[in-house]
Structure formats: structure tokens, C-alpha cells
Design a protein around this ligand. Sequence first.
Ligand code: ATP
Length: 369
Amino acid sequence: MNDEMPIQPPNASEAHWRGRAGPVFAGNLAFEDVSFSARGKQILSGISFSLEAGRIACLLGPSGCGKSTLLKLAAGVLRPLQGRILLDRQEVAGPRHFVPPEKRSVGLMFQDFALFPHMTALENVAFGLTALDRSEARRVATLALERVGLLPLRDSYPVMLSGGEQQRVALARTIVPRPQVILMDEPFSSLDQRLREIIRNDTLSILKETRATALLVTHDPQEAIEFADWIYLMRHGAIVQGGTPEDVQRHPVDADAARFFRSYNEFSGSVSKGKVNTAVGPVDASNLPEGTRVLVMVPPEDIKLAVSESESEAQVTESRFVGPNTHLRLQLAEGEDVVAVAITAESAPKPGQFCNLAIEARNTHIFTV
Ligand code: ATP
């Protein structure tokens, strides 16, 4: 596929096909205090957010927290018990009003791609273009398949396509009617890791090119960080934090939010003279009142080591090169604690060596308990 090759506009809607992949009519998606329950079980409560047109957001959270249910509410597959959902400021679900899925301008993409097995790649993509006549639909679908690099396989049936190829067909089918909002439920999870990265990057550039509004469900923090402009972190049917990938990592709202993105060495303590003294050294807490009970979360790279010739604070028990850094585990001399440290490979001490430790708080978090 030649990336530079412009897609020619279809006759029917020329003005909307200026970009290489053709822009969608990006819309704003808003939830206002939405709740949902099924069979007497509260699944979502108090969901409020507004996703601006052209933004790509991820719903991120552990299994069962309600991500897919929220997506289904946006699609119109489910109806909220309370609250309103708006697409481009028009109410599509509310106490008095409900627009069914087929009348909403949303594109859906699922984990299993849900392609029709008896249709070729081209027929699958053309299927939703009901507003166009048959030859025009095939022409537009051909352009979309070209954009996702699958033109040579347009006459293949899904069973003849690899997982990555099926994903591309599903993406072409989702974007081709140019929906206001694209909703994606774990669309990369059935692909192996290397392919997942390639397809994810490709999908992202196509979404950016089409200036689509997209909401993606994932339980993989790395995927959310790499894919989204904005992350909504969910837990137990509620959004606990919304922010840019940098915000949610640098300023987690609580300890569980921090743990969701990475691992930490955790120490309980209390503030004394503006500091908390942990087993690996003091950390500044001058913004907290004296005596406050806290949890200090220190990521492996915030622990600094000084190798000692004599027996001292900690002894290296394990060392593993995880390029470009070495990950160490150290047994503290006092107590049972083992700490994890990440250090540049060149300066890593060997198993058996003793070290003194200190905290250099760059990405360390302190939460009151
Ligand atoms: P996963 O990442 O595992 O797909 P999720 O965050 O997408 O999880 P949902 O599929 O939205 O979670 O489900 C949220 C909760 O609601 C789960 O506990 C699920 O069992 C429950 N649930 C979903 N649909 C129904 C239903 N129709 N009836 C009863 N419970 C349901």
C-alpha cells in the first residue's frame, strides 16, 4: 500500500474525502450522571464525562469494572437506568428519549471483529453503506480497503485472512460510513504482541487522519498510554480519574490508581518533622501535618544505591538484565522487606554485594491512609 496515494473522493460526497482516509463527521460524546443495573445488580453509577470531537479516549480498568457496559450504552445496545447520553449535544438516551443503535451515528468494533464469514473483505466493508448505490458502495469500500493496506485481499473471505488482516477489514468497515463516534471494545486483544503494536499504531494513524472521535475499551495500561489522548480510569462501575496519559501516571488519584499503571515499593509510616522515614531512607512530606499516617509508594528507579564494602543496609539477592536497565532485588538487613530497584546495567552491583539505599523522589507518591 502506498501511504502517499490520495484516496479519490466518491462522487456522492466529494467534499468529505479530502484527507487520505477521508474525514469522519467527528462528534462530541457526553455522559451525564449515567447509571445502569442488570438483574438487580448495580453495574455503573454516576458516570459523567464529555469526550470532545476528534479526541481518542480509553476506558481503562480491571476486568468486570463496567467498561464494555459503558460502551454498549454509548452504542445504544443498552439503555441507561438513569442519566443522559448525548451525541453531538443531541440526547440519544435519557428518561424520555431513546435512539436505537441503527439510528445513532456510531461505529462499533469488537475483539472478535465480527466479520460476516460468507462475505468477502470488500463485501464486508461495503455492507454498511446502505445510503449509496451498490457500485458506489463498492468503490468507497475499495478506497477504505486500500487505506488499510488490504486491496490485494479484497476478494478473500474472512477464513482466508490472518487475525491482523481481519482486524484491518473490521477497521475499514467501521470507519467507512464515517460515524460521529467510533466505539472499540478490546480490538487488538486477539492479536499477538508484535502484531498488536503494529496494528495499533496503524489504527491510531488512521483514526487521527480521519479526525475521528473514538472511545476504546482496554484493560492494558500500556495500550491506553500509547493509544489515547485521554484516559478514563474505571473501578467498580465508576470513573475514578480522567486525564492525559501523563496526568494519570504522574498524579494518580489514589494508591490503587498508581498500582494500576506500574509496580512500587510500598512503605507505611507517619510524618515526623516534615519527613517520612521509610526502610530505604527519608522522603519529604513537608506539605502534610505532623503525625499524618501515610503510604509511601517508591518506584524501582527512585531508589538509589551506593555499594558498600562492608555489611550494610541491604544485600543484592537477584539481578536480571531487562535492557537497557538491570532489575535488582535486595534484602533489607532490618526486617523481612525485599525491595525492587531498577538501575542502569553498567552501574548494577552483583548478587551478594551490600549497598546503602536512599530515595530520590521523582515518581514517588505519598497518600494519606
Ligand atoms: P472485561 O474487561 O472482563 O470485559 P468489563 O470491565 O468490560 O470487563 P462489563 O462486561 O461491563 O465489564 O461487566 C461489568 C459487570 O457487570 C460484571 O461484573 C458483569 O458480570 C456484570 N454484567 C454485565 N452484563 C450483565 C447482565 N446483563 N446481567 C448481569 N450482570 C451483568
